[in-house]
Design a protein around this ligand. Sequence first.
Ligand SMILES: [Zn+2]
Length: 155
Amino acid sequence: MATSDSGAMKVVCPACGQRIRIPAARMADHPRCASCKTPLFGGHPVTLDDATFDRFLQDTDLPLLVDFWAPWCGPCRTFAPLIERAASEFEPALMVAKLDTEAAPAAAGRLRIQSIPTIVLFKQGRELARQSGAMPWAALSAWIQSHGVKLRTGS
Ligand SMILES: [Zn+2]
């Protein structure tokens, strides 16, 4: 896992947007936002929009998985519980977020999201991989792990 020279990792508070630095050794200790005290890893995907997407992308040292979806998309709704599960099973090794492409068309357009659901895995602002279409949990979990992200439960 990449760390800055100070051994701290940047994350963005899902509640107030404050950039927080956490010592790498404390990532698993249920860290809270220094400003608003919200748990930084709540076990649920963070909802992003055009206003917050770039900040999350640039200021998150952790791998960041973003689910691009829309409310009218049936497969997206089917896939949503698995995105929830990814947050609960991979945090704090992974930050999980959702972006409604109807509500936030700019970010989706810039990334040329052609179909939904599409998941994109970012690392320090750079796209590592993307996958379109819903998939079963085993496939989603294997895809995330194939990019070096470990399940919290280990092994
Ligand atoms: Zn906060």
